[in-house]
Design a binder for this molecule. Sequence first.
Ligand code: PGA
Length: 255
Amino acid sequence: MARQYLVAGNWKMYGHRASIEALVKGINAGLSSLPKVQVLVCPPAPYLAEVAHSAGVNLAVGAQNIAAQEQEGALTGEVLGAMLKEVGCSHVIVGHSERRALFGDSDAIVAQKVRAALIAGLVPILCVGETLAEREGGQTEEVIARQLDAVFALSPTASLHKLVIAYEPVWAIGTGKTATPEQAQAVHQFIRGRIAAVDAKLAGSTRLLYGGSVKPDNAALIFGQPDVDGGLIGGASLKAADFLAICTAAQLQAV
Ligand code: PGA
């Protein structure tokens, strides 16, 4: 089954109202030449509603985090999936390595967040990836299998048909060190195989994004790999021209 490329910008905790308005305007202006790519931006939470309002029909909006809980409640500081959905989000990033490393998002919590996203009708973008020490210790597959299996243990595969997975090697995030196309492909192939072990059909339809120092000059080679269906872009998504150049690299693969 052919998968449509997805290119997602993760703006992390960067920007302010004026810079974000300018960025959305710049990205919107370039989207008409990218009909074959699904483009998504994930701004900081306070700007979600505004960005969703100003985004053109071809620009999807996602959140960077979601409460693990599935119902409203006395949970100061948390944001319910239904709230994200109501302000115009269609996607949510779950289990980004910064959340796992800095905010205690364990595999179990990440699995709950995936389930909370699905219940709210949001597409979860589940991030998985190994640290440098884990790669050097030969544990890459073991770590990723554990991260994936936690999600499969909590959500039946029938509920995961919209799940997107982003492979983001921790050592490549914001470091300028990108995985080689071969390294990315090897892990993506492993992830697809792991999904196939629980549900062959799901393995064929799940989009696998690569993230970690994707830039305009390396995007084409990465997107050209058979099991890479798009990218999760951090730093380079904060400049409209660079982000659009990366989207264009995906568009060229899609034809
Ligand atoms: P980067 O970030 O592109 O700046 O490496 C990717 C991410 O953290 O999603």
